[in-house]
Write a protein that binds this ligand. Structure first.
Ligand code: CTP
Length: 418
């Protein structure tokens, strides 16, 4: 694959050298474009030596334009990656500016874009940076989120460039989604699923929620979000317009998928309500916290020297998919197809059936958790249940489970009231 790597000006620019090395090791061709400020951190010659190509730095460089002009460079790329991406370049991309070679290439290139932000934690947390990021994600740009830890500026927090290996994985998954190499080819059932989902609005809740205890602590759970992301990718590959309402997870957004990031169950509920009227299929893959702390402390809770116990009062969160079931029932059964998940450690099918009924869903996907399956595992073995049918899927990776789920949904659509 031909990777056009944009390097912008941050101390993490030196890590992009290793990124070039990893891409090359995986058999990819890499051409590097550096901004002016990137060159203050690393010399272009280092990238040239590792990539085996001259590094591009100027929009109008007669010598380089003679070899490969910037439009040819944009056409050459299969994927565009910006790592590290500064707050400044995120702002420029969000506004659609094209005032240097890199931002011009982004506008001139119709290939997928992956950005890996890296910056000081305060810059990262600025509402304007987060808004820019959300705008980019809403346009289907893949963001590889930064990690937490000690920063070059001496502070500790979120903003360090993601691991180079994670950026490689995100780049390759964006490309494989686009080339369709991860989809079954010439498969009749899949072709029918594509016809069924073409242009449909699919809304998926995903990941855990975090319920604050105080400004630095929260109640959460072990959901990795992988199953919901696999579903988003499969539905998007099948031609659906997919929106992910994502709790805090460290996963890149699949190509073409719109993503809305939330933290708490209430925020997830608000986001679902805002999308509900336009939705054809709603899949509740999120592990929503059933309860939240009644009154989160405004300041960090201090350990009391003479109390060995601490009691937190919890109150119930809204049941998001249950609300959707109620809306549909009130509307005489008209509304989106509702698919829930039931993650259980025991009595899998019985608990799942109860949830199917009480939440008034069309289908529930029972998911054994707590042993070698479930949270944060690449494989899964779902049991799909409707009022009339039960289907045990054999164990496979989550991408395959996701496609099978969508195929079964189509197969059973005559019995589901939609
Ligand atoms: N769900 C939801 N909102 C909640 C709780 C759950 O939308 N507040 C959805 C989940 O996304 C999933 C389904 O309901 O699709 C079942 O979630 P689960 O946590 O298994 O069920 P609960 O209703 O929370 O029941 P319990 O925790 O008692 O097993």
């Amino acid at each position: 694959m031909n990777i056009l790597l944009g390097v912008t000006g941050g101390i993490a620019a030196y890590k992009a050298l290793n990124l070039v090395r990893l891409y090359r090791k995986a058999g990819h061709e890499v051409q590097v474009v550096m901004t002016d400020s990137a060159q203050a951190f690393v010399a272009p010659l280092s990238f040239q030596a590792l990539s085996g190509h001259p590094v591009r730095t100027e929009l109008f460089d007669p010598e380089q334009e003679a070899g490969m002009d910037h439009i040819a460079l944009a056409r050459w790329a299969d994927v565009l990656v910006i790592a590290p991406a500064t707050a400044n370049v995120l702002a420029k991309l969000s506004a659609g500016l094209a005032d240097d070679l890199l931002t011009t290439l982004v506008l001139a290139c119709d290939r997928p874009l992956v950005v890996a932000p890296a910056m000081n934690r305060v810059m990262w947390q600025q509402p304007v940076t987060q808004q820019n990021l959300q705008a980019l994600q809403a346009r289907g740009i893949t963001v590889v989120p930064p990690g937490e830890g000690e920063q070059a500026c001496g502070e500790t927090g979120e903003g360090r460039l993601a691991e180079e290996t994670a950026i490689v994985t995100a780049t390759e998954s964006v490309q494989s989604a686009l080339s369709g190499s991860s989809k079954p080819k010439n498969d009749q059932a899949w072709l029918k699923t594509q016809a069924f989902l073409q242009g449909k609005q699919v809304l998926i809740t995903v990941g855990p929620t975090q319920e604050p205890i105080d400004p630095v602590r929260f109640l959460g759970n072990r959901s990795s979000g992988r199953m919901g992301f696999a579903l988003a990718q499969a539905a998007s590959e099948a031609g659906a317009n997919v929106t992910l309402i994502a709790g805090p997870v460290a996963l890149p957004t699949p190509a073409g998928v719109r993503r809305v990031d939330v933290a708490t169950a209430q925020q997830m509920f608000d986001a679902v309500q805002a999308e509900f009227a336009q939705t054809d299929v709603l899949i509740g893959a999120a592990a929503v916290a059933d309860y939240r702390v009644a009154e989160p402390a405004e300041q960090k809770l201090k350990k009391s020297p003479d109390a060995d116990e601490l009691t937190l009062k919890l109150i119930k969160n809204p049941d998001i998919i249950g609300w959707a079931g109620e809306q549909k029932a009130q509307n005489g059964g008209k509304g989106p197809i509702l698919v829930g998940f039931a993650a259980e450690t025991e009595n899998l099918e019985a608990h799942a059936r109860t949830k199917l009924q009480t939440k008034q869903l069309d289908m529930i996907c029972a998911n054994q958790v707590g042993d070698k399956l479930g949270f944060d595992q690449p494989d899964n073995a779902l049991t799909l249940i409707t009022a009339e049918h039960t289907r045990h899927l054999t164990r496979s990776d989550k991408a395959d489970q996701a496609r099978q789920l969508l195929q079964v949904l189509l197969e059973w659509q005559a019995d589901l009231k939609f």
